[in-house]
Write a protein of this length. Sequence first.
Length: 343
Amino acid sequence: MRTLMMLLTALSLVIHAAPVGAQKPEVTEVEAWLVRDPQMSAQFAVADQLGYFREQGLKVNIRWYIAGTDLPSMWGAGNVHLGTATATMVVPIAAAGQPIYSIAPQSDIGGVQQVILGKRAQEIVKSPKDLEKIKIGMPKGASVTMAIQNMAKATGVDFQKIQFVNLSPPDAVTALAKGDIDAMAAWAPWTFRAVKEAGGKLYFTGTRSYIPGKEGTVDWLRVHAGVVASGKMLKENPNTLKAVLRAVHKATDTLNRDREATVKIIAREMKIEEGLAREIMGQNVYTMEMNETIFQGMGDFIDFLFSLNRIPQKVSPESVFYTKLLKDVDPSLVKWDAKTEVK
């Protein structure tokens, strides 16, 4: 395994290495604020452990935290300038007037945004309409909320009648096991743990329904995790960010080319079992291609969060994207190009 990893690292020196004439990073040490899960931060973990950031002349200090819904408050304090995020994290920050830009996608994570029924709910919920009778624990403002709303529209459920309890994913697993809530909505690995530790049952995800009689592929949530940067970071350190993207791009290729080798890294860094890491990673689509679907998904979230009064005003979907750096790193990845000026 050690020999394999050495060979992969050597190969990576050729693929996506800093091009001849590339400008040096303005700073050589940065902090990256990352949610500790395989869908949000897999590439950063791989790039860090395989030395891809070092190859770009960078030291990236990873700051792990549990739930992405914490990012808006942390961003507002002015101490976070680089990290990973989804639309549900980016939109509240932008709507509050704080400059934040998605500079590159990393993964399509709709399949691991999931709703889990607890033991009691498995007896009560005979049809989706019965969701109106139970309590669902989930972080307020999480991406999976949109999947629940779209499921409700598709199945005749009154979304306003569903009772939500604001709980972090680990607290929701505990509450589900104790019977304090009837179901939980979150993301892997917490939903996987809810099935294993609390006797939960998967009811639906953002991309697939397991609802009896309504099984199959669905389009209830279009959500992508991506690399985000502050306006200050973009203005002052664009070459540093391009070096970060080159390393993340290389890590994306490694994830897709040698899944088994990277499973070990992800399991260790995310503090989960290898089998669980493999299963979660199998449901994510790791790609840095910026396309119109990602842009449309951002617009969907803006409309959604505004409809729930989670943001004070709508923002232009295009205004939270900045694709120039990704285009400089690899033009073939940019299928949709934002025309955004950095504030």
